[in-house]
Design a protein around this ligand. Sequence first.
Ligand SMILES: [Zn+2]
Ligand SMILES: [Zn+2]
Length: 293
Amino acid sequence: MQLTFWGVRGSIAVPGPDTVLFGGNTTCLEIRCGESGPVVLDAGTGIRGLGLALARSMPVDCALFLSHTHWDHIQGLPFFTPLFVPGNTLSIHGTFDPVAMKDLRSVLDAQMDYAYFPVRSAELKAEIRCESLAEGQSVTHGEARITPFLVNHTVITFGYKVQCRGKSVFFTGDHEQWTNIYEHDEPYFDEFQTIIEEKQAELVDFLRGVDVLVADGQYTREEYPAKAGWGHSSMDLCVDLALSAGIERLYITHHEPTRGDEAMSAVLDELRDRRGGAGVDIDLAREGVTVDV
Ligand SMILES: [Zn+2]
Ligand SMILES: [Zn+2]
């Protein structure tokens, strides 16, 4: 199984001289296994580069899994070249929005309204299927099996486990560790604490045996307290999650857009000095890098 990072930035794309080493595009991962078309996780601006690469050998049969539909995870989709070519197939999977009562297709179509984009989704030439998934509902694409898990973000969000030929990767999507929203002396504190501890244990169980964890760690531990509740974890929480599930390889992603290459390298060095060697190999995801799983 091969994993390629096409976009590793959180919140907004930040091209420029400060993001050459780690990359400036927003979230997109490609997983390859066997001869079938790619499994793609999220469609941030990084998916544009993937589309250009795929267009070199059409027809493309691609399965896309969206963690959620915040802009930084879907904004590259209208620029995904294979969508414009007849004969290509794209199946899109994701969550259902229970607040707006919108299914996946209507959320994605809205992004291609004339107010925002010059081509309507109805004019795309590829065969496109959309499916809202329930938690735990596995999908098969070629030899790969993809299973969603509800994580903790400001909207309904899936993390995905991708399994193929005895190997597996888990991508958290945007995720912040569950924390108690009540004060210790408030009546619901104990009940809520039980719920979040069960959910955390469920996630750790789901992750046991995974070979590679790709986790949202937008903030350093120093930055995190001021950003708690925004739906993203600290890098230290990613390390904690990998260690508690016995995962030996961790790629932290959804990088803070204001953190340039020099600062990224310094943060990685500090994290490895402090947390490395404890049983998990820690790295920051870099755009354009392919890793063997
Ligand atoms: Zn995001
Ligand atoms: Zn988000």
